[in-house]
Ligand binder design. Structure first.
Ligand SMILES: Cc1cc2nc3c(=O)[nH]c(=O)nc-3n(C[C@H](O)[C@H](O)[C@H](O)COP(=O)(O)OP(=O)(O)OC[C@H]3O[C@@H](n4cnc5c(N)ncnc54)[C@H](O)[C@@H]3O)c2cc1C
Length: 458
């Protein structure tokens, strides 16, 4: 827990962004004795983990699982009295390759996996093992992921396995990703298997993330954090004499001693004109992968794999059968499937494609993969879009990040782009907040003329 060194002077903090990062940071700053206002643009808290209504159920708008090894997230769950309710399930992973489904959930299945010959399997296994043994991924940050994988696994494995997987997550941006991304992905997979029973156990909270958000929101309010939803920041600027002035759309300005901004890097650059040219350049240089993610409610199950990786051409980049993990009683007896399509944040064509057009492309492709489905099995189809999901781990990524403490006194950037040599997940995100909180909580207040509320500017 963060502790405040400047005991007699609470700092008035604004935390911008009510996703898991902003909520965790707001909680820790408040626990350290500061006055905290959490500002979130959306009508509710949660950001990428927020829930929505699809058909007659409420569940996460993006698929989420927790690993047994997600220690930082689970600590938060414990604080909220929720960890004991987590349900842990041994899941299966599939590959759709050459028009067929293959299970890849155990060593015997890996050895039987038809798309690869014996030498290729050996090289794939050796690549994964080598990556899992690397302790310091720093050197990998300078090597393109594709080069590293081709060299380690050979062309055949690269073309048949790695390339489709890289494209699935990073699209064409895979060319710019460093080998540290592969290391981080494999490390997370290994951590999942190391803890627990050497099996891949995935967990979820009954009620989904909505249940966690409700408890965390309650905890924040009970501790005295002021939560303002529907509060879209338009500008964050330095204030002569000290402090940071935050302009909220339609709601005027307020000055705080300090502001921690958890929004994506390009948004920070846009909202904070007072940052210096070097900071703007670094923030704009962080490139993002976005997602167009369809949720489907089905009357029938698919193949029982939580994740199906697709190596054949398809309009979506994987199939996530959530109901292979989540008990159907949580899902109104339906089968919930996500069809993610990861795209570049700047891909306007993808982000403006209508739901009906996406359904016309996705549903026939899913039926081809699962011929037992027919049109009567589709109970609902709904699409979520998010442009700034994951900062692309480009070459030398950790040396290209803007500083947390900016040139604007009192303005601090604490966002998920600060995850270096890791994958984007809630555990890492909470980790960014937890590691920043003690240092931020110890900062003194800046002189603020007044905590004034003025009418919105025209
Ligand atoms: C498809 C998908 C699948 C995932 N699967 C998993 C998984 O299985 N396991 C896992 O652990 N993680 C998973 N994640 C990752 C996880 O969702 C993220 O790590 C986490 O939610 C990031 O939280 P954040 O607070 O950094 O960002 P966000 O959730 O993006 O929060 C930022 C907040 O800022 C708000 N905001 C933006 N602009 C403004 C503004 N101008 N003014 C005020 N507020 C603003 C947004 O509305 C948002 O609420 C997944 C993510 C996606 C998209």
């Amino acid at each position: 827990m963060a502790s405040r060194s400047n005991a007699d002077a609470p700092v008035r903090w604004a935390v911008a962004g009510g996703g898991m990062l902003g909520m965790t940071l707001a909680l820790r700053l408040r626990e350290a004795g500061h006055d905290v206002t959490l500002l979130e643009a959306a009508p509710g808290l949660g950001g990428l983990v927020s829930a929505w209504r699809i058909g007659d159920i409420t569940w996460d708008r993006h698929y989420h699982v927790t690993l047994l090894s997600d220690a930082r997230l689970r600590a938060v769950l414990r604080e909220l009295g929720l960890d004991a309710s987590m349900r842990w399930v041994e899941t299966r992973t599939g590959f759709y390759s050459g028009g067929r489904h293959h299970s890849m959930s155990s060593t015997p299945e890996f050895l039987r996996f038809p798309p690869l010959n014996a030498v290729e399997k050996l090289r794939l296994g050796a690549t994964i093992f080598t990556a899992s043994k690397i302790k310091d991924p720093g050197g990998l940050e300078q090597i393109p992921a594709a080069d590293w994988l081709r060299r380690r696994s050979g062309r055949g494995v690269f073309e048949k396995i790695w390339l489709p997987l890289l494209r699935a997550k990073l699209g064409d941006n895979y060319r710019d990703a460093s080998a540290a991304f592969i290391w981080a992905t494999i490390s997370r997979m290994y951590a999942a298997r190391r803890s627990g029973l050497k099996k891949e156990m995935f967990g979820y909270l009954p009620g989904g993330y909505a249940a966690l958000l409700e408890k965390l929101g309650e905890r924040l309010r009970a501790k005295g954090v002021e939560i303002r939803t529907g509060a879209a920041l338009e500008r964050v600027s330095g204030t002569p004499g000290g402090g940071v002035t935050v302009a909220v759309r339609g709601d005027g300005e307020r000055t705080f001693d300090r502001c921690a901004i958890t929004l994506p890097a390009p948004t920070v650059s846009r909202l904070c004109p007072d940052l210096d040219a070097g900071e703007h350049a670094l923030l704009s240089g962080v490139r993002y992968q976005g997602i167009v993610c369809a949720s489907l409610l089905l009357k029938k199950p698919l193949a029982g794999f939580y994740v199906t990786n697709i190596t054949d051409p398809a309009p979506f980049t994987a199939v996530i059968e959530m109901s292979a993990l989540v008990d159907p009683d949580q899902l109104g007896g339906h089968h919930l499937v996500y069809l993610p399509w990861y795209v570049d944040a700047g891909d306007d064509v993808a982000f403006t494609e209508a739901d009906a057009s996406l359904q016309a492309r996705f549903w026939p492709a899913l039926k081809r993969m699962h011929p037992h489905l027919d049109d009567g099995d589709l109970a609902a189809f709904q699409v979520s879009r998010a442009r700034h999901v994951m900062a692309i781990p480009t070459l030398g990524y950790s040396s290209k990040l803007p500083p947390r403490d900016t040139s604007v006194p009192g303005l601090h950037i604490v966002n998920s782009a600060m995850i270096c040599n890791g994958t984007l997940n809630v555990d890492e995100t909470v980790g960014v907040a937890e590691s920043a909180a003690p240092e931020l909580a110890a900062l003194p207040p800046l002189a603020v003329a007044a905590n004034r509320a003025t009418p919105a500017r025209a």
